[in-house]
Design a protein around this ligand. Structure first.
Ligand code: FAD
Length: 429
């Protein structure tokens, strides 16, 4: 019989919430406490792309129908030229059941708050204890082998296992590695906005058929991704631009007039779109070299999500990979068996399965930065010609439509991978 643990999760973002649910749904009834520094447990107001590998996990956790109730199913995607919005390529997403046919699950566009609410409601229903407004400030491996977390309100929690799901600026990552983990500025920042659908009915946008196509404008050093969320009630826009020099803050209110200036020569419809955004936060996008260590050398302290592997959002795999980590860790714990396999050894298996997979996702996202941001010139001409030909040749520089590359990302069943891994180990015993 697998072993029951006291588990503390630090952070209730998508990674921490998915882990809490995956643990609560697992065959072992662990006792789970989630500590969240923010007093309100939610996500920011923006869209998120839920790719089929992420949909698979949400479905395995019993959220398939709820996701369908809050999500928009994009039918097609289109990539267009920055200066005039001319189509460079378009391809089926859910149209003709392409995603389900190829990868088993749909692709969704969802409001982050809706996705987080679905996870959080189920987490509470399953009896997980959640402590909002409690910030973990330190961790120690006790002499009796228990893990101890100290918090800013003076409370102390003890557990068999502590999981750092505390995001890209992770204290838990510093504690696991024993040094300050520095993330790197990637050179890009993201503005995000949600516009009410009514303003998108302006005649200027009609020819773009935005209800039919999720659209990405590719431009020199910049790109813009846009799609509907909330059953079509809001239009989500992500604007990626070069970092402002000297900027230190990772999230602050952006300078909209300065942003609009950067797009003066772009497709007039982009100018119109940006003119309708009154304010937006701006996030300095960061990633980092792979952390080879996700598990503390002595204590049962382990990382999931952005705390282990922040990545550029250019392949929509940041939250998806956090959800994969969550499912992987919860499944690994089912294979701790008294007298046969201990907690430390399954944590190392978790790390060994997740480090290469997330490095692959991060590299794919970095490659898209080059592809999206080519300056006008010979390489951009080659890219655009290849994009125009991709329907005919089947070959494409566009990772988002490259079936072989998508198979690696989207067909992956992390739960099955963990089960197969342990079955293979058992067979050798
Ligand atoms: C512009 C943009 C677009 C994106 N689009 C997509 C997309 O379409 N699809 C996709 O899959 N991914 C996308 N991502 C990536 C995705 O948003 C992140 O990878 C994901 O949200 C990370 O979740 P997390 O739970 O690991 O971290 P976070 O969301 O950062 O959550 C960490 C939580 O821990 C809490 N916390 C921090 N420190 C402490 C502490 N000491 N004690 C207690 N609590 C603490 C924080 O308050 C927070 O709630 C995008 C990212 C950006 C920037």
């Amino acid at each position: 019989m697998s072993k029951k643990f006291d588990i503390i999760i630090v952070g209730a973002g998508i990674g921490g919430a998915t882990l809490a649910l995956a643990l609560a749904c697992s065959s072992t009834a662990h006792f789970i406490t989630v500590l969240e520094s923010s007093s309100v447990i939610t996500e920011l107001g923006a869209g998120i792309q839920v790719t089929p590998n992420f949909t698979r996990i949400l479905t395995q956790l019993g959220l398939g129908n709820s996701l369908a109730a809050v999500g928009v199913q994009p039918q097609y995607m289109r990539q267009v030229r920055w200066e005039d919005g001319k189509t460079l390529t378009h391809f089926n997403v859910n149209a003709d059941d392409r995603m389900e046919g190829l990868f088993g699950y749909k692709y969704w566009h969802v409001h982050r708050k809706d996705l987080h609410r679905l996870l959080y409601e189920k987490v509470l229903q399953r009896g997980v204890v959640v402590k909002p407004g409690v910030k973990a400030t330190s961790w120690e491996h006790g002499s009796d082998g228990r893990e101890i977390v100290h918090c800013d309100d003076g409370t102390i929690y003890e557990a068999d296992l502590v999981v750092g799901a505390d995001g890209a600026r992770s204290l838990m990552a510093d504690l696991v590695t024993g040094h300050k983990v520095q993330s790197m500025a990637t050179g890009d920042s993201a503005y995000r906005a949600l516009l009410p659908a009514a303003v998108m009915d302006a005649p200027e946008f009609a020819s773009l058929e935005l209800r039919k196509y999720a659209t990405t404008w590719l431009g020199p050093g910049r790109h813009i991704v846009s799609y509907y969320v909330c059953d079509g009630a809001f239009y989500n826009i992500v604007i990626i631009v070069p970092d402002e020099p000297g900027e230190e803050s990772w999230k602050k209110l952006g300078d909209m007039p300065a942003l609009r200036k950067q797009f003066m020569n772009w497709d007039p419809r982009i100018k119109k779109l940006l003119g309708m955004i009154d304010e937006s936060y701006v996030w300095k996008l960061r990633d980092r070299p792979s952390l080879s260590k996700w598990v503390h050398d002595e204590g049962n302290l382990v990382l999931v999500g952005d705390s282990a592997h922040p990545m550029l959002p250019y392949i929509a795999q940041g939250a998806a990979s956090a959800a994969e980590d969550a499912m992987a860790l919860a499944t690994c714990l089912e294979f701790v068996v008294e007298g046969k396999r201990d907690l430390r050894s399954v944590l190392k298996v978790y790390e060994s399965l997740r480090v290469p997979r997330t490095a692959h996702m991060r590299d794919a996202a970095r490659a898209n930065k080059e592809y999206f941001h080519l300056p006008d010139g010979p390489q951009q001409v080659i890219r655009d010609e290849a994009l125009r030909a991709d329907g005919l040749t089947g070959e494409t520089p566009n990772q988002l439509n490259d079936v072989q590359k998508l198979k690696v990302l989207y067909s992956y069943d992390v739960k099955q991978e963990v089960v197969d891994h342990f079955r293979a180990l058992d067979a050798k015993m």
